[in-house]
Design a protein around this ligand. Structure first.
Ligand code: ADQ
Length: 452
């Protein structure tokens, strides 16, 4: 089988005994199998860009990283990727900023990535580029003469055409995707939006999965990312997970736990979630003192203003709700701005009666899947899931909600806490069946088979 070269913004390095995200686990095993390579930004900034390649080996996986300079990080990462594309792709055109320098920095860094990685690509390698940071990378690789199979996977939603046209030079960005052989999306819904754009804005021709534009063609597919099911199941049955579970339960003193775990991001709907919770305590005063919400939300992208704002807003909101409802022996919301090891998260998920996974928009959302896998089959908790998360197209047996409606959230919490055991078991089994069939290995194999 041909060697795999993975390119993403950041390279997730194998840490001895450390926690690993699902993507890293999935890609690492594929990379180890055929001596592959993972290329990306080191996360380090330097005064001037040198293009120096740092090649290392972690647990049998070769990684190659480069440092970026301050201007690159400002314009490409904090700029075009996280101030322009991320909000736009999550339907927040009110937050999207358009600066010419962002677009220039984005192209410059994509070119730097392509120029640096090209000498590492061997004939016959399959190249897999990830996410919105690197859309034009394939175009540059082709210009430099790369004729390997090159594919692209978008982890975020693809926005509707009417939103995307708000982006200056949107056509140039989409045209650059035609350098790829395969373009993958999380759901049929995002795929449908992409096809619509190609047809309406580019006048492209669509024949099944094949989209032709001039003399360029690509295959556009839906390929939902899954969990590393076996790994997460093992993690959730480990001793450390048991410890985290017992510690959590002991701290609850027989109260019911609702859990939320998200990167601190405005797309995750945390303010709306807390509004829903407040509504629940207002509508159900008898539940006060009986229910505790634990929200874990490690800060991310702290250099971007909208992220500083959402953090301040949530601090104020949790303070206000806790102040209004708490008693000396009960606090309704425990809010922690930090990350936890995956095994501990698994234990906490299992201690919960329900999870609130209520993003306003999300490409997929892996927390929803992790919560389900971590449950005790004899007494599973209930997943309350936003209709606007990609995961809702697969996990149809969750309680699906409109995350903007405090009323719907409040009702769903009531329903979840009162749900009979038999119904909880039936819904949980149905969701597990879907996830067992479409785990992260299935995702990787589906995409790379198309690519090859
Ligand atoms: P994210 O927006 O980061 O990913 P998500 O899919 O939920 O969102 O993945 C987050 C991962 O980080 C999960 O594995 C979760 O367990 C972990 N995590 C979150 N909070 C944590 C905490 N406090 N401590 C430790 N770990 C934590 C993007 C897209 C998603 C898409 C993924 C994968 O936005 O829609 O599902 O990529 O394609």
């Amino acid at each position: 089988m041909s060697r795999l070269v993975v390119i993403s913004n950041r390279v997730s390095k194998w840490k001895q005994g450390g926690a690993q995200g699902g993507l890293a686990v999935a890609l690492n095993s594929a990379l180890r199998q055929n001596n592959g390579l993972w290329f990306g930004w080191s996360g380090q900034r330097v005064e001037t860009f040198t293009g120096h390649l740092d090649i290392e080996e972690h647990g049998g996986v070769r990684t190659a990283t480069i440092d970026l300079d301050e201007q690159d990080v400002d314009e490409y990462y904090n700029g075009f990727a996280n101030r322009t594309l991320w909000p736009l792709f999550h339907y927040r055109i009110d937050l999207a900023e358009y600066e010419r320098s962002f677009g220039e920095g984005y192209e410059r860094v994509n070119n730097r990535f392509a120029d640096t990685v090209l000498p590492l690509i061997e004939p016959g390698d399959a190249v897999w580029v990830h996410d919105y940071h690197l859309i034009p990378l394939g175009y540059r690789l082709r210009k430099l003469g790369c004729n390997n199979k090159v594919g692209f996977f978008l982890h975020t939603p693809w926005p509707p055409t009417r939103l995307l046209v708000a982006l200056p030079y949107h056509q140039r960005l989409v045209e650059s995707l035609f350098a790829y052989d395969v373009v993958g999306f999380q759901t049929e819904e995002w795929l449908e939006s992409f096809r619509h754009y190609c047809e309406k804005e580019l006048g492209a021709n669509i024949d099944g999965e094949t989209i032709s534009y001039g003399d360029l063609t690509l295959k556009a597919i839906a390929c939902p990312i899954g969990l590393d099911h076996t790994e997460f199941l093992a993690a959730s049955q480990s001793e450390d997970a048991d410890k985290a579970h017992d510690k959590m339960r002991a701290s609850l003193q027989d109260r019911k736990l609702i859990v939320g775990v998200d990167r601190l991001d405005y797309s995750k709907g945390l303010e709306e979630r807390f509004n829903g919770l407040e509504r629940f305590f207002t509508d159900n005063p008898e539940q006060q003192r009986e229910v505790v919400m634990v929200q874990i939300a490690p800060p991310s992208r702290g250099e971007v203003e909208s992220y500083q704002e959402i953090r301040a807003a949530l601090d104020a909101q949790t303070g206000r709700i806790n102040g209004a409802f708490a008693h000396v022996d009960w606090t309704p919301i425990r809010y922690a701005n930090r990350g936890y090891p995956r095994v501990e998260l698994a234990g906490i998920y299992r201690a919960a009666k329900a999870a609130l996974v209520t993003p306003l928009r999300d490409g997929m959302n892996l927390v929803a899947k992790e919560f389900v896998v971590a449950q005790d089959p004899e007494d599973p908790g209930v997943l309350i899931l936003s209709r606007f998360a990609g995961a809702s197209l697969q996990l149809t047996e969750a309680l699906l909600v409109n995350p903007y409606s405090a009323e719907e959230l409040s009702d769903a919490i009531s329903t979840a806490l009162a749900m009979p055991l038999e119904e909880r078991q039936r819904r949980w089994r149905a969701m597990m069946d879907v996830m067992e069939k479409t785990d992260v290995i299935w995702w990787r194999e589906k995409f790379t088979q198309y690519l090859r």
